[in-house]
Design a protein around this ligand. Structure first.
Ligand code: SF4
Length: 317
């Protein structure tokens, strides 16, 4: 059994003109100790998916099972008591997500105090120092403030806060996008080392295909609230079947003086996510769109090797 099982998850937001389908019928399994990368342009619903999994948003419908228990449908009080600490999130901009008035030590001890996992002052202080060591923050930084640190160290505080409650599942929402490239690699390596050491399960949300290739076991490509392609990470880069994924991958720079990949520039209007029609949402931008694409919604189907694609013409393009 997978650690996380998502079944037909929907998150709609009421807006003036109707319902905005931010997450629309998403189904996926995430095995313990693995990383699933969630990729797509901004506004495709990837962050809303992460926030719905950890109940920062309540699902409109569908199930999220954690070790077989439906956590999306349970009472919030029960979720907070039994599951909040097991699912944690690391945010994109560490500076914006950290209270500038709190020192490093106070920031890391805050979730421990709020969860009441530990009550003894000395035990809390010991846990804070253990977390600092784990994420590579020197003890002497305990009384410094976020503005005195560089972006990489600030993100290490965010990681220490997430780890302080001994979670099993961590949703990393663009955790390296705001960092310099040299620091990105350090933080990614730290996340991978921690995963091995603690058998953590990650959902890694990003718009950066090179980062997701480096860190994921599996990748799900999202477009306007829906998963349009999902498979093993290596398979996606070897055999990209959905036209939208092909466009995303074509944007990755090739590190070679010989290799030059042609970038696919998408033209056409973006479909509105408000009350979308039952057709392929990518059709107005798809270079291969035919009449059928505007008349019927393609469902995810298995193309072999657990490679799922939502395109009427997958394998023929
Ligand atoms: Fe393109 Fe049609 Fe496939 Fe949609 S279903 S991705 S429009 S070919």
């Amino acid at each position: 059994m997978a650690l996380i099982e998502v079944r037909n998850l929907k998150k709609y937001f009421p807006v003036g003109a109707g319902m905005l389908h931010a997450v629309d019928d998403v189904t996926m399994d995430i095995e313990k100790g693995t990383t699933i990368g969630i990729v797509g342009e901004s506004g495709c619903g990837k962050s809303t998916l992460g926030k719905t999994l950890m109940r920062l948003h309540d699902a409109t419908s569908g199930e999220v099972r954690f070790n077989g228990v439906d956590i999306a449908g349970m009472k919030m009080k029960e979720f907070k008591k039994d599951y909040r600490s097991k699912i944690q999130m690391i945010f994109q901009d560490p500076y914006a997500s950290l209270d500038p008035r709190m020192s490093v030590g106070q920031l890391i001890e805050e979730p421990i105090k709020v969860s009441k996992q530990l009550k003894d002052k000395h035990q809390i202080s010991k846990r804070v120092e253990e977390m600092m060591e784990l994420v590579g923050l020197a003890k002497r930084l305990k009384n410094t403030y976020p503005h005195e640190l560089d972006g990489g160290r600030r993100q290490r505080i965010g990681i220490a806060r997430a780890l302080s409650l001994n979670p099993e599942f961590i949703i990393c929402d663009e955790p390296v996008s705001a960092l310099d490239v040299s620091i990105q690699a350090q933080v990614l390596n730290l996340l991978q080392d921690l995963q091995k050491e603690k058998n953590l399960t990650y959902m890694f949300i990003t718009h950066d295909m090179s980062v997701v290739k480096h860190i994921s076991n599996e990748i799900a490509v999202m477009y306007l609230g829906q998963v349009v392609e999902k498979c093993d990470a290596k398979e996606l880069f070897k055999k990209t079947l959905h036209p939208y994924s092909q466009a995303l991958l074509s944007a990755i720079p090739v590190p070679s003086i010989h290799g030059k990949r042609e970038k696919i520039i998408l033209k056409g209007e973006l479909t509105s996510p408000i009350n979308p029609k039952p057709c392929c949402r990518f059709a107005p931008r798809c270079p291969y769109a035919k009449d059928q694409c505007f008349a019927a919604e393609p469902k995810l189907r298995d193309m072999g090797n657990n490679h799922q694609v939502a395109c009427h013409f997958a394998g023929e393009l």
